[in-house]
Design a protein around this ligand. Sequence first.
Ligand code: UGA
Length: 436
Amino acid sequence: MKISVIGCGYLGAVHAACMAQLGHDVIGIDVDANRIESLARGEAPFFEPGLPETLTSSLASGRLRFSTDLAAVRGSAVHFVAVGTPQRKGENAADMTYVDGAIDGLLPHLSDGDLVVGKSTVPVGTAARLAKRVAEHSGAQLAWNPEFLREGFAVKDTIAPDRLVYGVPDGDAGEMVRQLLDEVYASAVASGTPVVVADYATAELVKVSANAFLATKISFINAMAEIAEVTGADVSKLADALGFDARIGRRFLNAGIGFGGGCLPKDIRGFIARAEELGRGESVAFLKEVDAINLRQRDRMVQIVVDALNGEPFQKKVAVLGLAFKPNSDDVRDSPALDIAVNLRGLGANVVATDPAAIANARRLHPQLGFSDDPLEAIRDADVVVLATEWADFVALDPIEVGALVRTRTIIDGRNVLDAVSWRAAGWTYIGMGRP
Ligand code: UGA
């Protein structure tokens, strides 16, 4: 099929490359000329495992092109809208400027029978509003097809998603739209991927409620970590024991410095704002607490570090291992690790942070921090070491080797991933989050 993808950020670039890999003829559009040039050269503009290879092979096949000119979407039968919906400055609500702009920009280039497919995460009610606009100005149809990809696994999640959700119009049009989407996702459908066909509102809500549920699960276990801390319980063992109950499940029960990134934090805030607009604020008011518990973990970590430095962080060297919001990503949007590094710097500590992929992005936002590409250099002469993002290289650090470099053997494990026994055996004071 001939497909266009409007917006080539984390979502759109991966979607465009993967759709071409699946055999479609794809044009990716973005307003950022640098981004488009780099994608056209086969260079991923951000760190995503597998994306450079997918881009290179798709470009070589001739099925993937990029352009800054929206007119290049002409001739595509399906147009994916994959632009960002960031949090509005100073508000909880999502900024819809880019989605509205993309739809307005598309309208003059649509032909009868085209399908516009929204992938961006939007406030419930958006698809119905945009469907009207598309119908008023063209003979095209609109579908909402939320995306569930995780950064770090984005290629795999796009090629082989765990489910497909189609928000379609009522009646015969809905059936036509479903058939077109089944054609787009033919390989996933053929391999038995569950497909949920729903109305627009349900499809939009699946996305935000999935992220709200995941955020709630993380904040739940972090709340338990706070209780564990004052009772001497071990939150990691607690999570293991809870996880054996199949109704609960072990995934997303890792306590630590909490969730960040470009999705979970802004999506729960956007959901709160939208529910309030709908007069149902009380239904999701608990998400405010989920947000508050999450942000509190960052303050807790800063306090743990300050306590470990006997209340005197000024000019002490703090090595921060990790800046990305999670491993296998260079994304520092709303990153707990970066926030903690910045706050410790604000208290006068000499922070030296390291990350395998996210230093450039972190430095752009916070040039006042110290950075080192080499974890061992970051750690050298440290008064305290903080593990903030659980990159495999950090988890694999040898406590004996590292112990010879530092001034004081204090390690604070912000992700509860280190083996406390071996670190203690190497003479370290090991402090986890909600672990004795
Ligand atoms: C999230 C969802 O998992 C995806 O399904 C969704 O498609 C995506 O948002 C989106 O809306 O686009 P992502 O932001 O890539 O994906 O990251 P997650 O893997 O969900 O992790 C989010 C944060 O939670 C990270 O900071 C991670 O460190 C933290 N986390 C995760 C925990 O603190 N504990 C856990 O047990 C799991």
